[in-house]
Design a protein around this ligand. Structure first.
Ligand code: ATP
Length: 295
């Protein structure tokens, strides 16, 4: 049995707010499954139903083929967005406190090394940087040596370097064959970490698959980027080409780069600053919803 967690037609209504509107998916053992979407899409509500923190209005969740219960609670690790860490205590004491909650735990020394916490063990948890705090929260999620780990927007607010360091940690955990469920606003993060993603909007899944397969299915185009001042408003291109102007740039979606460049040259558009990029998951989101992921 390769499916560790199966979700069928999950719905959650908060009075008149329809936060989650019937989502279904299965998460394979040892994979990283990502839920992506903008603020309010329903990611946290979905994950909190999976974690058992809130009850679904309807729908089912099965872990190892059974409704989630005591086994799931012992075998799941949760990295909360805002775990309220006990104030006035130190990092090492915090880990000890959480490890006492479980019958089966992972050696703390190993966790401390894995999450690079050795230097901060005696530090008050209020004095940690954003990256250090996230590493501590991850260590807490791993304290019971879970088979499935939930990471809810684990890198929100971190600087790019701290984010990349955190990704390395998550990749190390993946190597241990743990199953991961990740929510994120960052398409780059999903591309880097996830084997499969579900893109959510308005409480529904609007696209699902591996990041590469999704890009391949939806896009066989490249994007030609030019400074806006180099591209005259009167430019006459193939009418099927999609051209958009934003932030001082012109972006042209093209499925035939050679032809598009010939058309630009024929109209004396300077190409000194031309750049060509592949389309990203960010573009995919824009295409599917007509909105940018981060507004
Ligand atoms: N306890 C609640 N009571 C009422 N409405 C809620 C509650 N929790 C969430 N919602 C609403 O449900 C919708 C989905 O919220 P949710 O937090 O799941 O989205 P999200 O995709 O996780 O967003 P974010 O990225 O901002 O965390 C939103 O409209 C939100 O306002």
């Amino acid at each position: 049995m390769n499916k560790l967690l199966e979700v069928d037609n999950l719905v959650k209504h908060f009075h008149q707010v329809q936060a989650v509107n019937g989502v279904s998916f299965a998460i394979q053992r040892g994979s990283c499954f990502g839920l992506l979407g903008p603020n309010g899409a329903g990611k946290t509500t979905t994950v909190e139903m999976l974690e058992g923190i809130i009850q679904p209005t309807s729908g089912s969740i099965r872990y190892k083929g059974e409704p989630t219960g005591a086994t799931f609670r012992q075998e799941a690790g949760i990295m909360f967005q805002e775990t309220s860490l006990q104030e006035f205590i130190r990092v090492g004491e915090t880990l000890e406190l959480f490890s006492r909650l479980y019958t089966h735990t992972r050696p703390l020394d190993e966790l401390i090394e894995r999450c690079a916490l050795a230097e901060f063990l005696d530090r008050d948890v209020r004095r940690l940087s954003g990256g250090q705090r996230q590493r501590l929260l991850l260590a807490i999620a791993l304290v019971n040596d879970p088979q499935i780990v939930f990471l809810d927007e684990p890198t929100t607010g971190l600087d790019p370097q701290a984010r990349r360091n955190f990704w390395q940690l998550v990749n190390d955990i993946k190597q241990e064959q743990k199953t991961l469920v990740l929510t994120t606003h960052y398409m780059e993060e999903a591309y880097e970490l996830c084997d499969e993603i579900a893109i959510m909007d308005h409480g529904r899944i609007i696209a699902q698959g591996s990041p590469r397969a999704l890009l391949k299915k939806h896009f066989d185009h490249s994007v030609i980027c030019l400074p806006a001042q180099d591209v005259p408003a009167s430019l006459d291109l193939d009418p099927q080409l999609n051209l958009r102007r934003a932030n001082g740039q012109v972006e042209i979606l093209s499925d035939d780069i050679n032809l598009t460049i010939r058309q630009l040259m024929a109209q004396q558009v300077p190409l000194t600053h031309l750049q060509i990029r592949s389309r990203t998951l960010e573009d995919l989101f824009l295409e599917l919803t007509g909105r940018a992921l981060r507004s």
